[in-house]
Design a protein around this ligand. Sequence first.
Ligand SMILES: [Zn+2]
Ligand SMILES: [Zn+2]
Length: 319
Amino acid sequence: MKIIPLTIPTPFYIGDVNVFLIKEEPLALIDVGPKTVEAGDALREKLRGHGVQISDVKRILLTHAHADHCGLAKQIRDEARNAEIFVHGWETGHLFGRSATEKHKNLRLRSGVPETVCGEIEAIYKDAARLTDMLGEDEFSELQDAMEIEFSSGVLKVLHTPGHTPGSCSFLREADRTLMAGDTVLKRLTPNPTLAPDPIDTNKRFKSLAEYLVSLAKIKSYAPTLIYGGHGEPVDDYEEIFHRYVRAIDERQRSVVKLVSEKGITAFETAQKLFPHAVGKDVHRFLAISEAIAHLDYAESENKIAVELKDGVEFYRKL
Ligand SMILES: [Zn+2]
Ligand SMILES: [Zn+2]
């Protein structure tokens, strides 16, 4: 099975996104890039370089529903006359745009994020939403963990690897243990477990960091020889990256727990202390808040700190 990585530009801080052409019968793309003219042109041109046109695409497999990865999915599907889009069911909150507003806002308010900052974060969301076409309920098929996607010369196995987002999925070519992991494994960064409602009970937060740690171990159990992340170069030393991630997460856990006093601290205050420079009106502020919440939730689940709700805001306290 031929896997061809293509680099597509994005307007986001993270830079280019990796898209993969599975040059097989039926022809497939893993991720597609954001809905910008530049990304569309680049994708067309790079596919042409491999003798492929958009109209040849039969399947679009999405690692997750962030705009830099999925934005062009609907456009390509329509242009390719109903290519089939596959995405995990826990990811569709993003695609339908429903959870991007009210539920997310409630989660932020509960974390002590002031109304004004909520407004700024929502503006960032709206901007990013312009780079994705929403999908209707009947316009995609659901990816399931352990499902095998068949091609003429082999299969891609779906691994549900939640953490970065609830429905993040990775695709494994079992023959040589090559994995396409989206933003779950990135060579130069420790991926952010982003704040999201729990897909099972959307009034709760998704336990993103705990889930992420399980996903990292799950990937390790497959002993991948090569991992293509959603950005940057491929990883051929996953064991090392795994240990680096776990160490970085441990260190951050310690600094987060240290910030929690007897008086109590909100997730927003923790984020400000952890990342004093992430105060601008950009995505870093949202990521800083996500990171703080993920770590506080994890510390609380590990019984390192306690949490209590006061006037609708969660305060974390030293035990
Ligand atoms: Zn992402
Ligand atoms: Zn990404």
